[in-house]
Write a protein of this length. Structure first.
Length: 401
């Protein structure tokens, strides 16, 4: 097999995913155009050399509808030979797009692919593509459907994670992200979003709050308690008869925020690197995708991480840095506990709780951040992991070169 190398990774800033967010005025196709053009310009690249574009997008309707990956390539003025595909692996979509690109490169069927993702949660609501699993009572009942927030609170209850513990994760996420932002750690890969006149709309992650503290977090009301009382708690408990009640510990401060943003990662083989003068920064060592229990839903990152490590012939101790999606604080804590990972190796520059989670783009953002941080610290191995809606886990191991 060919090696699959990462040559470059860029992203837009993450903004609040509501009408008060700075990127609310920007359509998702413009966000993709921003990262598409940045990749080409930074690498003095003829876009016709790109075989395919693979972009994650979870809610592919309205402004994000159709095959936005290909449409954005046309809109960016790229050559007609560039293909395009939009994928939906729920929260792991951006990482899955990169993994698919890597596998196409490794198989020898493609030489150069742009992968990543986009989500404009301020413009397209998180529930606008609801299917039978969400909306059909017959399917709900047969599958014991519970919303993600209830699942996160169930994880906290089963694992014995108290409110203080999950709030601590949130506090540390904001502190690390604020420090990284002030220190300029994001500047290498962050591409400002500009308007038609070239004026900057946003050039920093606007959701980070350095002033967040544990006292403020402790005053926030649980977000999913009322939802649980509507019957979802009973559904969740039905699969865990030893639990008397679910402890609702998650709220807006220790859960990921809805966000807008886009990201792109340039992935290819050694031959294309030599012919185009591209410098490999990292290579894919292992990719793992698993299904997991659909009720508790958000624990697939554990088994996916173990599977990736096994495939690579590595142990947790071999990995220098980990990026795990901070969809809910309890999800991170269970993953850390089960894999016995030291805290100082996890999300060194903060995560989704501090910066937000633009669903289709986050995986590519974290992969790019991992490459940057491995280089900054002169380290070698990194693992990126996601759990996703419906019981899915995706993990990727990369090696700096």
């Amino acid at each position: 097999m060919s090696e699959a190398y990462i040559f470059d990774a860029v992203r837009t800033p993450r903004s609040r995913g509501n009408s008060k967010g700075s990127l609310y005025e920007v359509k998702p196709i413009e966000l993709l155009k921003t990262v598409y053009q940045a990749i080409v310009k930074r690498n003095t690249l003829d876009n016709a050399k790109i075989d395919d574009v693979i972009m994650g997008c979870v809610t592919a309707v309205r402004d994000q509808g159709a095959n936005i990956a290909k449409i954005a390539a046309i809109y960016s003025g790229w050559h007609e030979s560039v293909a395009g595909m939009t994928v939906n692996r729920r929260c792991a979509s951006g990482l899955e797009a990169c993994n698919l690109a890597a596998m196409k490169i490794q198989s020898g069927n493609s030489d150069l692919i742009l992968a990543g993702g986009v989500e404009s949660m301020s413009r397209v609501g998180i529930d606008e593509d609801l299917g039978d699993w969400f909306m059909n009572p017959l399917v709900n009942d047969a599958t014991a459907y519970t919303p993600q927030g209830i699942a996160a609170d169930l994880i906290a209850t089963v694992e014995g994670l108290c409110r203080d513990a999950v709030d601590q994760v949130a506090y540390e996420s904001h502190q690390k992200a604020a420090y990284a932002q002030k220190s300029g750690y994001f500047k290498q890969s962050l591409i400002p979003v500009k308007d038609l006149n070239g004026l900057t709309i946003l050039d920093y992650d606007e959701m980070i709050r350095e002033d967040t503290n544990l006292e403020l977090l402790s005053q926030l009301k649980p977000s999913f308690e009322q939802m649980g009382q509507m019957g979802f708690d009973a559904t969740a408990i039905s699969g865990y008869p030893t639990i008397e009640r679910i402890l609702h510990v998650h709220h807006s401060g220790n859960s990921c925020g809805m966000a807008d943003g886009a990201a792109a990662v340039l992935i290819g083989n050694e031959q294309i690197a030599k012919s185009l003068g591209l410098k490999p920064r990292a290579k894919f060592r292992a990719i793992a995708t698993v299904g997991s229990e659909s009720g508790v839903m958000l624990t697939g990152n554990v088994s996916a991480s173990r599977k990736a490590l096994q495939k690579a012939g590595l142990t947790v101790e071999d990995i220098d840095l980990f990026e795990v999606n901070e969809v809910f604080a309890a999800v991170v804590l269970k993953w850390q506990r089960d894999l016995e990972i030291p805290s100082d190796k996890i999300n060194p520059n903060g995560g989704g709780i501090a910066m937000g989670h633009p669903l289709g783009a986050t995986g590519a953002m974290l992969l790019g951040m991992l490459v940057d941080e491995l280089e900054r610290r002169d380290l070698t191995l990194g693992l990126c992991s996601f759990s996703a809606d419906g019981g899915i886990g995706v993990s990727t191991i990369i090696e700096r070169v």
